[in-house]
Each structure stands twice: as C-alpha cells, then as structure tokens.
Design a protein around this ligand. Structure first.
Ligand code: NAD
Length: 297
C-alpha cells in the first residue's frame, strides 16, 4: 500500500509545535513579527503574501504588510528594507519575488539583514547552509525534510535524486540531503534541463524530489518499486472547467503512486509545508534575536 504523505497534517503539527515556542517568547515579553514587502501587482504574488499574513495571524505572529508600487524607484524598496532591518520590533523580513525588472533581485536579497532573512536566501545564509552551519534552512527544502521524517524515511545512506537546480528549491534541497546531519547523509544526484537520460538516474533512486516546474515530468516508468516521491511542482494547466485551469505537479501521480512506497499529492503535499516553515523561521529568528531558548518542532 502506497503511503500518501499528508502535507496539511504535518504542517498542522509544525504550527501546533510553534504555538508552544511562541508562548515561551510571549512569556519573555516578545511577540514575533514578520514584515512582508510586496512590490508587484501580480495577483499570484498578492495571494501568496496574503496567505503568509493569514498564517502568521493564525499562530500568533504579528504580520506587517508593506506594499510598494511596482513603478516606484528601486531605492524606495532598499530604503524600506533598511528601515525594517533597523526596527527592533520586526524579526523577519521577506520581499515577495519576483520584483519588477528594474530592481536587481540579488541586491534585494543582499540588503536584508541576514539575521532577519527568514527565506534564507541572503548570500551569507546560503554560504552557512552549504558549510553545514545553517542559520535558516530555506522553507521548501526544510519542509520536505520534515515530510520525509514524518513518513519515516531517513535519507541516510540512500540514493536521492533531486530534479531541478534552482536557488530556492533544487540547490538547497541537494545541500540539505548531503549534510552530515539529521535528515541528511544521503548520496545526492542533481538532475536539470541539460541532464542526459534522467530516467536512468531516477530509476536508481530511493528518493526522488521533483522540482522542475514541468507538468508530470516524472512518471511511473521512471521509477523503481518502493521509491519515495516528493512532488514540489505547482503548474497551472489549462482545462475546460469553470476555473479554466487545474494545478498539476511535476509527477504523474497515478502512475508514480503505483510504484512508490510513499508519495506527496499536489495540492496538499509540499505547499503547506513551505508555508509552515516560514513561520518556523520567523519564530527561530525572534528567539535568536532576543536570546530566548525555545523548543522548535
Ligand atoms: P525554476 O524554474 O527556478 O527551476 C526549475 C529547475 O528545473 C531548473 O534548474 C531546470 O534546470 C530544471 N528543469 C527544467 N526542465 C527540466 C527538465 N525537462 N528536466 C529536468 N530538469 C528540468 O523553478 P523552482 O522555483 O525551483 O520551482 C520548481 C517547481 O516547484 C515549480 O513548479 C514551482 O511552482 C514549484 N514550487 C513549489 C513550491 C511549493 O511550496 N510547493 C515552492 C517553490 C516552488
């Protein structure tokens, strides 16, 4: 029987655990606060930001909502980041990507105080992750580690194939799996758009993590019996339905499920974990900034 890994359930456990940590912070007189900065009128970005704010409020994290016109000067965004960096009441700063073309996204990430960089994309935090001394693990790959743990899958000694080499999912995922640490110690292969014969790699894998942004790229033919399959992809595919589209993962769920020992669905797999781990990093940042010991889930 294939286990369907329920991301909503695991995310709820994380949120419950964070409730205890937030209560400890409150006892020390601190309320965690996350500032989200939106410089876009893209409806998807607006939705992501408002979901992040709702998530914060649900667990007792204060959410500051800052919006900058997409036509504004890049300097206005940098000045806003500087202000938030200097504001002691703000513990986490997140700039919703993508920013408009006239803004240098790397400069944006560099300007965020690394201690408040709850996405974990500041070069200092990327370096620390690679060096095995992470301050904040990026939310999506960290959430996937939690899902594997919840499914009883320890990557130690296993062959893991990560499909995708982006800065936000593929690369940090490969790094986390490689670390000499809990949830790591795997033998990691990273596939990407230039990989020859990807199926040969995925067929050899104990764990496949698909983060390519290509609908149903991985199917059952590319897997061996007993593989654990984590589907990160969220792709809009046009349909004849009223909504006009449906969300499809990077994995062909039915054929992969027939081979997998455990698999995540889309939606309801990795997505809720990404959201929960942002709350986790905000609580962790707050505890670090105030020198309060908290138990993190
Ligand atoms: P990206 O476009 O930045 O990177 C995609 C990577 O996949 C690239 O490294 C590319 O080399 C590789 N790739 C593309 N086509 C390929 C192919 N045919 N074969 C092998 N590799 C291929 O994307 P991303 O930001 O890493 O996101 C990947 C997917 O995950 C997207 O669908 C995105 O929406 C989704 N996503 C989901 C969450 C979540 O929380 N569920 C979070 C982040 C991203």
């Amino acid at each position: 029987m294939t286990e369907i890994i329920d991301g909503n359930e695991v995310a709820q456990e994380i949120r419950d655990g964070l409730g205890d940590a937030i209560a400890t912070l409150e006892d020390a007189g601190v309320t965690p606060a996350l500032a989200t900065v939106l410089m876009s009128d893209d409806p998807a970005s607006e939705t992501y930001v408002s979901m992040k704010q709702d998530d914060c409020e649900e667990v007792g994290i204060e959410a500051l909502d800052i919006e900058i016109s997409p036509d504004a000067d890049a300097q206005e965004l940098y000045d806003t980041i500087d202000e938030l960096n200097g504001d002691e009441a703000v513990n986490g700063v997140l700039v919703q990507m993508p920013v408009p073309d006239h803004v240098d996204d790397r400069a944006v990430l560099r300007n965020i105080d690394p201690a408040k960089d709850v996405d974990g994309f500041h070069p200092e935090n990327v370096g620390r992750l690679v060096a095995g001394n992470a301050r904040f693990k990026p939310c999506t790959p960290h959430g996937i580690q939690k899902l594997l743990d919840a499914a009883g899958v320890d990557p130690e000694g296993k062959d893991a194939v990560v499909v995708g080499r982006s800065e936000i999912v593929g690369k940090p995922m490969a790094n986390l799996l490689l670390q000499k640490d809990e949830g790591g110690n795997a033998t990691v292969t990273v596939c990407h758009s230039r990989t020859d014969d990807m199926a040969a790699k995925t067929r050899d894998a104990d764990i496949v993590i698909a983060a390519a942004g290509v609908p149903e790229l991985i199917d059952g033919e590319m897997l061996t019996e007993g593989t654990t399959v984590i589907d990160v992809g969220v792709n809009r595919v046009e349909t004849d339905t009223e909504k006009g589209y449906e969300l499809v993962g990077d994995v062909d769920f039915e054929s992969a499920k027939a081979k997998a020992s455990a698999i995540t669905p889309v939606p309801g797999g990795v997505g809720p974990m990404t959201r929960a781990m942002l709350l986790y990093n905000t609580v962790k940042a707050t505890a670090q900034q105030h020198g309060v010991d908290v138990d993190l889930p």
